[in-house]
Design a protein around this ligand. Structure first.
Ligand code: ADP
Length: 398
């Protein structure tokens, strides 16, 4: 069965068509600037050339129509008709406490996703638009919602509660939710497979280090803690997000700079993280590594502060699980930067970790990068959220 995986943002839409049985990618692409001047779609059938179409897309329905036309095109398409698409898997950012696993989409499910809109005002409404657009164009095709938050719903109360008046949790559901759940789930399962151990017997820490970054602790097959919170702003220092800080800093800076809370949160989301720490130099770790090598002071302090924060979370989660068997690195930075992995692991000697530098220098495949005698295993596992969504979708519709 072919599964169409849709990841719908406010003005963009990523898609992949995946054969669920063979898990082979059939085609993928991206629609950008939906509803804005200069909309375009890139579409790549597997093994074929990337095709670019510049054409107006007034809304997400228009974008999905273009995607479906491309997939069924006589010359460059990959299926004869829409009948060959058995189901659609939608990535949904926030499922709140309503969803602890993926689910078949019904009107009731849509209403429950809508209830979570104010927890993710930028993402959930866009995800819902994607669902509605597919329903309009693919009437009768089963659809599944796969949530970024679902994997973390197993966290115990002591991990998800904040130290604020309890009625804020009761009244408004203010608590830790965590994100990147599909990736944390995929990578931790994959780690167990690579190590040849039962998932339920392992203590695993997953470091998802991309533009957005989060760490999770997975004990005996269940997520027990994660670094992102009510929103994706908490935790690690990210590309442009601050991660953890003293909440009193917000009022302090608002007063100093004559800004309101909304403006300050915008700064914490978009102008902070490694971009802010490096004095506005770059949010891209490739630039920062190059500048670090050249001995630039701003890059040195940024990379050190970033890595230290990751190492601190690993320490905290080792304590939370009373030990750790494996630490996994994934996402853009985690998969590609042997430099950052080295820097983080330099704090972890107490876990008996030594890296195999030859393995650590390779890229693009699942790998154990610690030495044979390393007490704690360290792995690099390229994440594949689309495949994970296709698997979840297939499991519910087959
Ligand atoms: P997201 O999906 O959150 O936008 P990705 O997982 O694609 O992010 O990661 C993007 C980040 O990965 C880039 O900002 C860049 O800093 C980092 N990155 C990608 N390739 C490399 C590389 N070869 N070396 C160091 N960092 C890299």
């Amino acid at each position: 069965m072919n599964i169409l995986v849709i990841n719908c943002g406010s003005s963009s839409l990523k898609f992949q068509l995946i054969d669920a049985q063979s898990e082979k990618l059939i085609a993928k692409g991206l629609c950008e600037r939906i509803g804005i001047d200069g909309s375009q779609m890139t579409y790549t059938p597997d093994g074929g050339e990337k095709l670019k179409t510049v054409t107006p897309m007034a809304d997400h329905t228009a974008a999905i129509k273009l995607v479906l036309d491309a997939l069924t095109d006589e010359k460059t398409g990959v299926v004869k008709s829409l009948d060959e698409i058995g189901a659609v898997g939608h990535r949904i950012v926030h499922g709140g406490e309503n969803f602890a696993s993926s689910t078949l989409i019904t009107e009731e499910v849509i209403r429950a996703i809508e209830e979570c809109n104010d927890l993710a005002p930028l993402h959930n409404p866009a995800n819902l638009i994607g669902i509605r657009a597919c329903q309009e164009l693919m009437d009768g095709t089963p659809m599944v919602a796969v949530f970024d938050t679902a994997f973390h719903q197993t966290m115990p109360e002591e991990a998800y509660l904040y130290g604020i008046p309890y009625h804020y949790y009761e009244d408004y559901k203010v608590r830790r939710y965590g994100f990147h759940g599909t990736s944390h789930s995929y990578v931790s399962h994959q780690a167990a497979k690579i190590l040849g151990r039962a998932y339920e017997d392992l203590k695993i820490i997953v470091c998802h280090l991309g533009n957005g970054a989060s760490v999770s602790a997975v004990k005996n097959g269940k997520c027990v803690d994660t670094s992102m919170g009510l929103t994706p702003l908490e935790g690690l220092i990210m590309g442009t997000r601050s991660g953890d800080l003293d909440p009193a800093i917000i009022e302090f800076l608002c007063n100093k700079e004559g800004k309101d809370v909304h403006e300050m949160l915008n700064i914490l989301n978009k102008e902070s993280g490694v971009l802010g720490l490096s004095g506005g130099f770059s949010s891209d770790f490739r630039d920062l590594e190059e500048a670090f090598d050249a001995g630039k002071e701003n890059a040195v302090r940024t990379m050190k502060t970033f890595s230290y924060r990751v190492a601190k979370y690993i320490g905290a989660y080792t304590a939370a699980m009373n030990g750790v068997d494996a630490i996994c690195f994934t996402a853009g930075l985690g998969e590609n930067s042997s430099f950052v992995r080295n820097m983080i692991c330099s704090y972890l000697k107490y876990l008996g970790i030594t890296l195999d530098q030859e393995a650590n220098s390779k890229r693009g495949e699942d790998m154990v990068i610690s030495t044979e005698d390393s007490r704690t295993k360290v792995l690099v596992i390229p994440t594949n959220e689309e495949l994970a969504i296709a698997r979840e979708t297939y499991a519910l519709v087959k």
